[in-house]
Write a protein that binds this ligand. Structure first.
Ligand SMILES: [Zn+2]
Ligand SMILES: [Zn+2]
Length: 133
């Protein structure tokens, strides 16, 4: 029997919890403008899972459709940025993971929007826009 590791995530106020099964497909810095706006910072790191691997285990997520292809999930009470849902994937922000050090970052996406202060000098794969899905 194979048992997949279960990752847990929690918003700042604790009203919403999520779980994701198994390893993330990718763990990526996203430097796009809407992630910058959503985070109020330079980037968000997303843990990318196939949709069927992610379950909301407690609370009710609020959503904002930030483009035709994706919607962003956040806690309507505390405002924590939590997820991005695309056609195939359900990404969870690294910062809301209960054990963020369980994840190793694998790539950068939307590097054409990376801010000047961010030094893109590691050896990870870098994509100008969206990476592989
Ligand atoms: Zn919350
Ligand atoms: Zn982004």
């Amino acid at each position: 029997m194979t048992s997949e590791k279960i990752h847990h995530a929690t918003c700042m106020c604790g009203e919403i919890t999520l779980e994701a099964k198994g390893p993330a497909n990718y763990v990526e810095y996203c430097h796009c403008k809407t992630c910058q706006q959503s985070a109020g910072s330079s980037y968000i790191i997303w843990c990318v899972f196939n949709k069927e691997k992610v379950t909301i285990t407690k609370g009710e997520m609020s959503y904002y459709k930030s483009s035709a292809k994706l919607k962003r999930g956040f806690c309507g009470n505390c405002g924590s940025t939590m997820t991005v849902i695309t056609e195939k994937c359900h990404d969870i922000a690294l910062g809301v993971m209960d054990q963020p050090n369980d994840f190793k970052i694998t790539q950068h996406i939307w590097t054409k929007r990376a801010l000047d202060h961010f030094k893109l000098d590691d050896d990870l794969p870098k994509y100008d826009e969206d990476g592989p899905l």
